[in-house]
Write a protein that binds this ligand. Structure first.
Ligand code: GDP
Ligand code: MN
Length: 389
């Protein structure tokens, strides 16, 4: 689960990490009010969407009057902001964050991610902040430093100093850097975060230099949300695919893709194999949908309904290898779905495993026209053939 930049900043602030003074606004008048309240003579108006790359796309504007704050907020709110991370349809800006603008002297990159190799939280830092870290990694990999954190010991001061030195922080900024890194790490551990990305971390101020977090992105472990009430409350469903939200409410794992073959499968592994098989036969999957272990007829009906909400879907491939599942339940669910949803697209069904004979019999005797398949390869081939006509 992801949160907005301003939520990340408020969270970091509660851990003593320096962030600009700011406030969130849902309308242009509110934006002007926030600017008035926080004071100063220069403000940054920042579109709050979960995707990055807002700066280059016009989602981050520095202005120097309250009237400009209001005008900029008005222009941003309600628009579709398209960045290199949103996809071509963009994300609707529903709120903006107004903060006091900082005098930036230098920008750094500071990320905390889970390194799959070492299975540990790892700091990734660079003197080349502000821009896309992927580009830095490609063009000048020597400008990226890494530090692996031992979970049993935690992040030690010397490790922070090592990272800070490597990116060019020294003098008065050194103790600030150590405190900041340790606070971010503590916040991550407390909140079951998977990632904390600060880009840019900046040296700001005139004369009295200070480190400040100017942009922050956090993501959290969905499997830990049950014990993270405060994090869960920051969830913004408007930022998520409505079909994915609905699916998770029914205990289904749905991920939207851009092809035309709808997929209903049990188990993530079989789902991936099904997508591969479709692609191998020259087709394109419209989604990834895992109905999970105990797929009741209701769950199967919900799965069909969610898949069919995508207007691109030209056929549905149902691929079930029942272990805990039961093929007869799946078959009953499909019949129920056909009757209640008046499904007009062809259904290709491959059943195997528990109660398979019974399941096949139910389908055969239903009077409905399912296309049955013997195995995964056969099912994928038939699905691709169906959409080709
Ligand atoms: P992103 O493009 O979505 O990652 O948005 P950021 O919050 O990182 O903003 C993009 C860029 O805007 C930053 O790299 C800064 O150069 C600039 N920026 C952000 N906040 C300030 C500020 O307070 N003052 C000034 N002058 N520039 C800022
Ligand atoms: Mn940024």
């Amino acid at each position: 689960m992801n949160i907005h930049e301003y939520q990340a900043k408020e969270l970091l602030k509660s851990y003593g990490v320096p962030v600009p003074v700011g406030g969130v606004a849902y309308s242009d008048q509110q934006a002007a009010q926030v600017a008035e309240e926080i004071g100063g003579n220069k403000w940054v108006v920042k579109a709050q969407i979960h995707a990055g790359g807002r700066g280059k796309a016009g989602g981050v504007k520095v202005v120097d009057s309250i009237a400009e704050v209001q005008k900029t907020a008005d222009a941003m709110i309600g628009t579709h902001l398209v960045t290199h991370q949103t996809g071509p349809e963009g994300s609707i800006v529903q709120r903006v964050w107004i903060e006091q603008a900082s005098d930036i002297k230098k920008e750094f990159y500071l990320g905390f991610v889970i390194d799959r190799g070492s299975q540990r939280i790892t700091i990734i830092a660079s003197s080349e902040g502000g821009m896309e870290i992927e580009e830095v990694a490609k063009a000048t990999p020597e400008k990226i430093v890494k530090e692996v954190i031992d979970p049993a010991i935690g992040l030690l001061d010397f490790q922070c100093r090592k990272v800070a030195t490597a990116i060019g922080l020294k003098g008065k900024l050194m103790p600030q850097a150590v405190k900041l890194m340790k606070s971010i790490y503590r916040c991550m551990r407390d909140k079951d975060a998977l990632q904390a990305e600060i880009n840019p971390l900046a040296i700001v101020g005139n004369g009295d230099d200070k480190l400040m977090v100017l942009d922050a992105k956090f993501s959290f472990d969905d499997n830990a949300l049950y014990r993270q009430k405060a994090v869960t409350e920051m969830r913004d469903l408007a930022e998520e695919d409505p079909k994915e939200v609905e699916a998770s409410g029914h205990g289904l794992n749905y991920i939207a893709l851009d092809g035309n073959i709808g997929c209903i499968v049990n188990g993530a592994g079989l789902a991936m194999a099904s997508l591969d098989a479709i692609t191998l036969h020259g087709g394109r999957p419209a989604n990834f949908l895992d109905v999970g272990g105990g797929a009741s007829p209701e769950k199967v009906t919900n799965a069909c309904r969610i898949v069919l909400e995508d207007p691109n879907v030209k056929c549905i491939l149902v691929n079930i290898f029942a272990g805990i599942n039961r093929c007869d339940w799946i078959a009953k669910g499909l019949i129920q779905a056909c009757n209640s949803l008046q499904i007009k697209v062809p259904l290709i069904v491959r059943l195997a495993g528990t109660n398979v004979e019974e399941g096949r019999k139910i389908l055969a005797e239903s009077g409905l026209s399912f296309i049955t398949a013997e195995n995964l390869d056969d099912a994928a081939a038939k699905a691709v053939k169906t959409v080709r006509g």
